[in-house]
Design a binder for this molecule. Structure first.
Ligand code: AP5
Length: 215
């Protein structure tokens, strides 16, 4: 099971990738999480990436491709993986396909999550994440048991720097210009499935499981 979850910022890819990874027993590889971890660790890659991320721009292809190559080649990915937020440009998609081809593998499915733009803004505006683990909440739709505190590890919940309104606007236009062309790219390869991402998390999960369990 080798899959890509595609879609605009805030559409719910990360939330669904986490649940699907548990359900299907394959790792989730999120380039956003990997980059944020590098930022927190203060590595040179993290310092370089932060400038792009704070502006809502994409981090250069060669940086992200390097991160993914390392992960996809790891032993825990032999049974498959879910790529969340990668690829995001045509060169990234081409490189992924070369990488898999070199291992005699290919992608099985690309799921593109779709929700109306107003819902994206609402979801990103209320998103809160754990400052220690990668757990994600929403103040209204996915609230933690105790206000402002992670259910998993008890740490404080924070708002992502790039969830500020002006950065969200720029992330959405970057998505339209650079990532949305991948929808046609994967449709032409007969790999694309579109999924309605509206509604509560468990409703979307049921739709996703039905899609992934089908032929
Ligand atoms: P990344 O972290 O990948 O951000 P993104 O693609 O913008 O996606 P998000 O994490 O914002 O949203 P999501 O779809 O995962 O939604 P979530 O599940 O959290 O990337 C961040 C930055 O890193 C990029 O801008 C770029 O700079 C860089 N980067 C990353 N990958 C890169 C790449 N390949 N190339 C170059 N640069 C790269 O849900 C959102 C909120 O909604 C949450 O609060 C959640 O609780 C809530 N929610 C989820 N589902 C539902 C539901 N069904 N109903 C109600 N609320 C819901």
């Amino acid at each position: 099971m080798r899959m890509v979850f595609l879609g605009a910022p805030g559409v719910g890819k990360g939330t669904q990738a986490e649940l699907a990874a548990l359900k299907f027993g394959v790792p989730k590889i999120s380039t956003g999480d990997l980059l944020r971890a590098a930022v927190v660790q203060g590595t040179s890659l993290g310092r370089e990436a932060k400038e792009y991320m704070d502006r809502g721009d994409l981090v250069p292809d060669q940086v992200v491709i390097g991160l993914v190559e390392e992960k996809v080649g790891a032993p825990e990915c032999t049974k498959g993986f879910i790529l969340d937020g990668f690829p995001r440009t045509v060169p990234q998609a081409d490189r992924l396909s070369e990488l898999l081809m070199a291992k005699g593998q290919s992608l099985d499915k690309v799921v593109c999550f779709l929700i109306p733009r107003e819902e994206v803004v609402q979801r990103l505006g209320g998103r809160r994440g754990c400052s220690r683990c990668s757990a994600v909440y929403h103040v209204e739709f996915v609230p933690p048991k105790n206000d402002g505190v992670c259910d998993e590890c008890g740490k404080e919940l924070v708002q992502r720097d790039d969830d500020r309104e002006e950065t969200v606007r720029s992330r959405l236009s970057v998505y339209e210009e650079q990532t949305a062309p991948l929808i046609e790219y994967y449709r032409e390869k007969n790999l694309l499935s579109e999924l309605n991402g509206s509604g509560p998390v468990d409703t979307v999960q049921k739709r996703l499981v039905a899609l992934l369990s089908g032929p």
